[in-house]
Design a protein around this ligand. Structure first.
Ligand SMILES: O=C[C@H](O)COP(=O)(O)O
Length: 263
């Protein structure tokens, strides 16, 4: 079984203009280099707003930085009369490697369904982007004890129509909505329970190669102080980080999770 390279993705959400983006990426690159980050031990991805991507591309390419970047969404259409939307070909032209899809904030504020997320994910894969497909339950579902069933249904719906080979190359991010931006972090056991269930379901549906290849991230109030314990879980292959990714030192420390204590 090939080892999965851990992935640390920093989702800036609707924060930082293109000038501030350049400052943060420069600081992040500096802290990674200063602390001798080993890119083989974690892949570092920043996820800025669309309007920052060109500036990030220029900086990353110009300075050959060991940082990849992603978009926060994409259109399910190729081109045309879709005001406000951004196509996958626009993102690949800007050098994006990944695209975050179905984030709970898109599902909640823009009523994005599993069907739409699946359509976007197919467009992303066709264009050569790796989708980071987000799933996870809200507080009421968690309190009802339905969190695993709810999340697995989202996984099945959002990844509908993908082959085993395609699933192996995807990223799924488990984000319990009650832990996003609240300071409430799922315990490492909570993260493992659902991340393990996602991998097990993908094994049933697509076989060993898909389940052993797919990377499953945890997201929800990840910080340098808790990343070590979360990453110690066998089915957690990385983190989707929100608030803490806006600080270069903190996100740099999260990217070096392998040096962090397991508290
Ligand atoms: O995309 C990131 C997640 O929504 C987590 O955000 P957070 O780290 O601020 O809780």
């Amino acid at each position: 079984m090939a080892a999965r390279t851990p992935l640390m993705a920093g989702n800036w959400k609707m924060n930082l203009n293109h000038q501030e983006a350049v400052v943060l990426v420069q600081k992040l690159a500096w802290t990674l280099s200063d602390k001798k980050h080993d890119p083989a031990r974690s892949e570092v991805v920043v996820v800025p707003p669309f309007t920052d991507l060109r500036s990030v591309q220029t900086l990353v390419d110009g300075d050959r930085l060991p940082i990849k970047y992603a978009a926060q969404d994409c259109s399910a259409h190729d081109s045309g009369a879709y005001t406000g939307e951004i196509s996958t070909s626009m993102l690949t032209k800007l050098g994006c490697s990944y695209v975050v899809l179905g984030h709970s904030e898109r599902r909640e504020y823009h009523q994005e369904s599993d069907e739409l997320v699946s359509a976007k994910a197919h467009k992303a894969v066709e264009a050569g982007l790796v989708p980071i497909v987000c799933v996870g339950e809200g507080l009421e579902v968690r309190q009802a004890g339905e969190h695993v069933a709810h999340t697995l249904a989202q996984v099945e719906g959002s990844l509908a129509g993908f082959s085993a080979e395609q699933v192996a190359a995807l990223v799924v991010a488990y984000e319990p909505v009650w832990a996003i931006g609240t300071g409430e972090v799922a315990t490492p056991d909570d993260a493992q329970e659902v991340c393990g269930a996602i991998r097990a379901r993908l094994r049933e549906l697509h076989g060993d190669a898909a389940a052993d290849g797919v990377r499953v991230l945890y997201g929800g109030s990840v910080k340098a102080a808790n990343v070590g314990a979360i990453m110690a879980q066998p089915d957690v292959d990385g983190c989707l980080v929100g608030g803490a990714s806006l600080q270069a030192d903190e996100f740099g420390a999260i990217c070096r999770f392998y040096d962090m204590p397991v508290l």
